[in-house]
Design a binder for this molecule. Sequence first.
Ligand code: PLP
Length: 372
Amino acid sequence: MSESKPIPQMDLAAQYAAIGGKIREAVTQVLASQQFVLGKEGAALEREIAELCGVQHGIGVASGTDALILALRAAGVAAADEVILPPFTFVATGSAVSALGAKPVFADIDSETFNVHPDEISKRVTPRTRAIIVVHLYGLAADMDPIRDTARRHGIPVVEDNAQAIGARYKGTPTGALGDIDCVSFYPTKNLGAYGDAGMIVTDSSEINGRLRTLRNHGQASRYSSVEPGWNSRLDEIQAAILRVKLRYLADWERARRAHAAHYSKLLASVGEVKTPQTPEGYEHVFHQYTIRVPRRNALQKYLSDRTIGNAVYYPVPLHLQPIYASLGHGPGAFPEAERAANEVLSLPMFPELQGDQIERVAKAVAGFFAG
Ligand SMILES: Cc1ncc(COP(=O)(O)O)c(C=O)c1O
């Protein structure tokens, strides 16, 4: 590949070029069936995703954000309750809590993994804590054993925000089976992405499964019999059919992501300023993002962009410093690890179809920046 050709941070076109024929066939079948909502593709996808996550039930919904709102509602979260979550995440993790009128209580992250620190959670439990949300950021599971111990001790449910880590494992257990209710996003850029918005909740609890099936469909326990205020939040048949095609490739794609990550880490090992992402013993990372920590991050970002190398900062402003949470009164310094991460992280190009010579060019550019 030529030195000057841009390298995108992520590239969906390469995937579509490879599997577009199968996708179009699946969509055509749905069009022929004329069944668009709550049909057999959605039901099959629910079974397949539940199986992948190692739990009993999958409930298709309209987005990862809806999955979080509905999961919290099913966990019993209501106005004035407290929900513990990390501040270093996409805003949807927090706004799902706020959508129910509950109060987000932030717990700082671990500097090595970018995930919520278990000790920070246990410090923040109060009699009003109604749920704990863990986010498996960038494709790496949170440290679940101590988090589950805290939750069990206090009788609090754990909701997994698994928007970024479907297929990842912690001590042999897949994400999705690590808490009480798990929320998946199929946003197009996720490791398993739809061609529009879509999401799923998975759980082992039959009771929560039943409640969520009602909640996502206007609170209807049966047709035209609504037992509580619900939503219209359903995963449509076209998206389900597309996701079922893509699901067949997910393990291969995630294997490719891991190989790319290993390649980057090997090449960047000699660049002292760069801290490459760590995978602790017993974890299986799926590298939704390959995220390094660096000094002079903004200058490196510009340097890469000037050389047509795609890059992104997930996330530049932690939730406690966002205008939406100004009323909580947390100033700079309140969650130092989240703030340090927000200033230092940079995600390099990562998608399954990335080529070895592209990885080499990116790594060379990063090394060149620090050598210069
Ligand atoms: C960590 C995290 N939580 C929640 C979401 C929300 O998912 P969606 O975009 O499907 O609503 C996303 C993705 O956008 C995410 O990355």
